[in-house]
Design a protein around this ligand. Structure first.
Ligand SMILES: NC(=[NH2+])NCCC[C@H](N)C(=O)O
Length: 303
């Protein structure tokens, strides 16, 4: 299989879609690794497997409708495998294995059948002390955008998943790309103050647009840099509640076609106004675990 991903929106050909099968049910509060899951565990509203399964089937159906080849992970019993995005990522024709949160380390085994189809020279393992998850990594033509957390207290945050060492290693591994990193706001306890990954507060869409949440960025100038790159008139700014709802975490099948949540009324009508077709699904239960459509997909081939 020849991989190819150079941006977030080119016509999608092949993708891994996570699975909610045997996801292990409601974790103990102490075992939650993001604040939004913790909130729902406490409130007694943690999502049920059957509901999440049904939601993810809607996405599978849309992908198939548009002729996308869909791979699913092998099911590991009682293990959360919904958010395939984070376990690895494709940059150009290279598959990079993520050095993910130890709680999620087994997830990669489940896509071994996909990895084994790749040329060995086209897979990359970063050194163990380079922490990185796919939700923080976005190729964008000549650029590689990477969400990170640069604070000295990095290790206090279970919500900080990509460290500056990984940013450096990615720059070394992809010398032809200009790596642009973004210091993201982290909170272990307040989901509205937590940009868990870059894709929780930013994502390019269409051929020149982007969705963004200012408060997700710790450095004003890094936020401004993105706004200038896309042009202020092409940027859809979302508020705290919208970030909490995961509004930046839609998924592009092509520059003219996205999968979005039916509840994102404001975003969806803005997208349609830009000539983009919006396939709506219901992903409200998945969203309770602080991830959404981008997080549950791992693109392998885009045109
Ligand atoms: N790319 C993403 N934003 N992924 C979301 C992952 C959510 C999952 N609950 C975690 O904390 O790891």
């Amino acid at each position: 299989m020849k991989l190819n991903v150079t941006n977030e929106t080119n016509r999608l050909k092949a993708v891994v879609l996570g699975t909610a099968k045997s996801n292990g049910g409601k974790p103990n509060l102490a075992d939650a690794y993001d604040p939004k899951s913790a909130l729902h565990i406490k409130a007694g509203t943690y999502p049920k497997e059957e509901d999440m399964l049904a939601e993810m089937e809607q996405v599978a159906r849309v992908l198939k409708k548009y002729g996308v080849e869909v791979f699913r992970p092998r099911v590991i019993q009682n293990y959360n495998q919904i958010f395939s995005r984070d376990i690895g990522f494709v940059i150009d024709d290279v598959f990079v294995k993520a050095n993910i949160l130890p709680d999620r380390a087994q997830e990669i085994d489940a896509i071994q059948p996909v990895i084994s189809r790749l040329d060995n020279s086209k897979t990359l393992n970063l050194p163990e002390d380079c922490h990185v998850e796919g939700g923080d990594v976005m190729p964008h033509g000549e650029y590689l955008f990477v969400g990170t957390y640069r604070g000295e207290d990095y290790s206090d945050y279970i919500t900080a998943r990509t460290n500056p060492k990984a940013v450096e290693a990615l720059q070394k591994a992809f010398p032809n790309k200009q790596v642009k990193s973004f210091n993201l706001r982290k909170s272990n306890t307040a989901p509205k103050e937590n940009a868990l990954h870059l894709d929780c507060c930013f994502q390019p869409v269409g051929n020149k647009y982007a969705i963004i949440h200012k408060n997700g960025f710790l450095e004003e100038e890094e936020y401004q840099w993105l706004v200038q790159l896309f042009g202020v008139e092409n940027v859809f700014e979302i508020d705290k509640q919208e970030m909490f709802d995961m509004t930046s975490n839609i998924f592009s099948i092509s520059p003219k076609l996205v999968i979005s949540d039916a509840h994102f009324k404001r975003l969806n009508s803005w997208l349609r106004g830009k000539g983009i077709t919006v396939e709506e699904v219901n992903y409200r239960e998945i969203a309770k675990q602080e991830g959404l459509l981008r997080c549950s997909t791992l693109p392998l081939i885009r045109e």
